[in-house]
Ligand binder design. Structure first.
Ligand SMILES: Cc1ncc(COP(=O)(O)O)c(C=O)c1O
Length: 484
C-alpha cells in the first residue's frame, strides 16, 4: 500500500494518474530501483506533451505567431529533448553540450536557440554553422560573434537580450542583457551593412525577468514592441520577441493548505515553538529582537494563475498608450512571440524514488529515516521543496502509529536532510521500502546534483506511458538514447 505523508500542516501535491499507477505496482518500482540503483528519476513523456499542447492552444486562441522553446537546463534528460521535437516545439540551449546534444537529437536552425550566459568560441562557431539564433548579451559577445562569423564567411542570426525595463517607476535590475535605453542606439550605430558588426543579422529581441510578475512581463513586452517598431523604421527586419521563462506553475492541490502552512510557520518562528521543521529552520523567516523578519525563501508552490492562464494574463494586459492589449499589439505589428519555459513544461512530468536504508533515533528522540540518496539529488535553489512525499509500504499498515520522521541523505553534512519539514507517517518505514517525491523534474533532480563522495549520478528513466499493463520494459534508461 502507499500513502502520502501527513504532517501537521499538510502540503498535498498535485499528482497524475501515472504516478498512482506506479505506486500501485510496487513490483515495477522495486524492479527499477534494484536494476538502476537508488534514487531513480522517472520522466513521463505524455505529461510533457500535454504541457506543450496547452501552451500551443493558448497562443493559437489569440491567433498569434509563436514559438515555444523548452529550457532544457531545468532537466538534463535527452528523452525530453526528443519529446520536445516530437511535440513540435523547440529547445533553448545554455551550453555547448546542450547545443551539441540538441542538434544530435533532431534540433536545427528553426527549433533551437542559444542563450548561454557565457558564450565561448566553440558555441558560437557551432551556432553559426547550423544557423541557430544566438541571443547576444553584451558588446564583447558581439565582437566575438562578428569575428567568428567573418572567419566562417557566414552571417550570424542574432537576437539582442535587453533588460532594465521601467515598471511602476522603477527600473528592473538584471545582470543580463543590454540596457533597454541603449539598445536602439547601439544597434543602429554599430550593426548592419558597412558598420562594425556587419556579420550580425538581427532578427529579434529577448528578455528573461527574475521573479514571476505577469505585469512586469506585459510592460516589458510593450517596451520591446516599441523598440522593434523603431528598429523596423531604421531598416532592421526584427520579427520576434522572446520573453524567456519564469512562467509560474502550481504544485499544490489546495490554497488553504498553503496559506495555513505559511501562517503557522510564521507563528512558530515568533513563538519560538517551531517543531514543524528540522532544527527550527524558519525557511527564510527569523526572529530579531522579538520581531518576525525575512520572508519565506522558497518557490511559491501554490499559484492560481499558472502556465496557460499566466500567459493569458500577460497577453490580455492593456497598454494605456494605444488602448490595445499586448496580444493585439503583437498581431498589429506582425511580431512573433517566443517563450522559453523550463519548470512549467515539466509540471507533472517527473518523480524521484529512493530506498529506505536505515531508521534511527537521534539524541532529541526524533526518528531519522536514512535514504539511499543525497541532498544534491533533490535540491531546490531555495530553502526547501515543500511537497508532502509518498511512502510506498510493502505491506498493509494495520494500526496507525503516526510516527514523525525526517528523511536524511548520504552526505557527511549535518544538513543533508532531504525535506526540512517533519513528516508524519502511519508507521515507521521498513528497510527496503520506498519513498517517492513527486513533481521533481523541474530543477530538483539535476540542477545541483554532484558526484561528491563518488556517489553515482542518479539514473534517469524515460517512461513512455502506454496503455498496456505497467512493465519494467516501458522505462528506458536516458543514457541509452543515442545521439545521431
Ligand atoms: C534565459 C532563460 N530562459 C528560460 C529560463 C527558464 O525559466 P523557467 O524554468 O523558470 O521557465 C531561464 C531560467 O533561468 C533563463 O535564464
Amino acid at each position: 500500500m502507499y500513502c502520502k505523508g501527513k504532517p501537521k500542516y499538510q502540503l498535498t501535491p498535485k499528482t497524475s494518474g501515472w504516478m498512482h499507477e506506479l505506486f500501485n505496482d510496487q513490483a515495477v518500482v522495486k524492479g527499477l530501483v534494484e536494476r538502476y540503483g537508488s534514487p531513480i528519476n522517472i520522466h513521463h513523456l505524455p505529461s510533457f506533451n500535454q504541457n506543450c499542447e496547452n501552451y500551443k492552444q493558448v497562443f493559437e486562441s489569440y491567433g498569434l505567431k509563436y514559438r515555444i522553446f523548452y529550457a532544457r537546463k531545468a532537466n538534463k534528460s535527452k528523452g525530453l529533448v526528443k519529446q520536445a521535437f516530437a511535440s513540435s516545439i523547440g529547445v533553448d540551449t545554455a551550453s555547448l553540450k546542450e547545443l551539441e546534444q540538441s542538434l544530435a537529437l533532431g534540433g536545427n536552425a528553426k527549433n533551437l536557440v542559444l542563450t548561454a550566459a557565457i558564450k565561448t568560441t566553440p558555441q558560437i562557431e557551432l551556432a553559426i554553422e547550423k544557423g541557430v539564433p544566438i541571443i547576444l548579451d553584451n558588446e564583447d559577445e558581439c565582437v566575438l560573434t562578428q569575428a567568428v562569423a567573418k572567419r566562417m564567411g557566414k552571417k550570424a542570426n542574432v537576437g539582442f537580450r535587453i533588460s532594465g525595463f521601467e515598471v511602476d517607476e522603477e527600473k528592473l535590475y538584471s545582470r543580463f542583457g543590454f540596457d533597454v535605453d541603449d539598445v536602439i542606439d547601439f544597434v543602429s550605430s554599430y550593426v548592419g551593412e558597412h558598420k562594425t558588426f556587419d556579420m550580425l543579422a538581427v532578427t529579434g529581441l529577448h528578455f528573461h525577468l527574475d521573479g514571476y510578475s505577469t505585469q512586469q512581463r506585459s510592460v516589458s513586452l510593450i517596451a520591446s514592441i516599441n523598440i522593434i517598431s523603431t528598429l523596423k523604421e531604421k531598416g532592421y527586419p526584427v520579427s520576434f520577441i522572446d520573453i524567456g521563462g519564469g512562467i509560474l506553475m502550481n504544485y499544490l492541490e489546495e490554497e488553504k493548505e498553503w496559506l495555513a502552512f505559511n501562517e503557522n510557520l510564521k507563528k512558530a518562528v515568533v513563538e519560538q515553538s517551531n517543531n514543524i521543521t528540522f532544527n527550527d529552520n524558519g525557511l527564510g523567516f527569523r526572529l530579531e529582537e522579538g520581531k518576525l523578519r525575512g520572508k519565506l525563501n522558497t518557490y511559491p508552490f501554490f499559484n492560481k494563475i499558472n502556465k496557460g492562464s499566466f500567459i493569458k494574463e500577460v497577453l490580455d494586459y492593456m497598454d494605456d498608450a494605444s488602448g490595445l492589449s499586448v496580444a493585439s499589439l503583437l498581431r498589429e505589428n506582425d511580431i512573433e512571440i517566443r517563450i522559453e519555459p523550463g519548470r512549467s513544461l515539466l509540471d507533472q512530468v517527473g518523480m524521484t524514488v529512493a530506498k529506505v536504508i536505515h531508521r534511527k533515533k537521534d539524541a532529541k528522540g526524533q526518528w531519522l529515516v536514512g535514504l539511499e540518496m543525497n541532498m544534491s539529488q533533490m535540491m531546490s535553489s531555495s530553502a526547501d521543496f515543500l511537497l508532502d512525499p509518498f511512502m510506498l509500504y510493502n505491506s498493509e499498515v494495520e494500526e496507525n502509529e503516526n510516527v514523525d520522521v525526517f528523511f536524511t541523505g548520504a552526505y557527511c553534512l549535518e544538513r543533508d536532510v532531504l525535506l526540512k519539514r517533519k513528516m508524519t507517517l502511519p508507521r515507521l518505514p521498513a528497510i527496503g521500502e520506498y519513498v517517492a517525491f513527486v513533481n521533481t523534474a523541474g530543477y530538483m533532480m539535476h540542477f545541483f546534483e554532484t558526484e561528491a563522495h563518488l556517489f553515482e549520478l542518479s539514473t534517469n528513466l524515460i517512461f513512455t506511458g502506454s496503455n498496456e499493463k505497467l512493465s519494467f520494459f516501458q522505462f528506458i534508461d536516458d543514457q541509452k538514447i543515442v545521439l545521431e
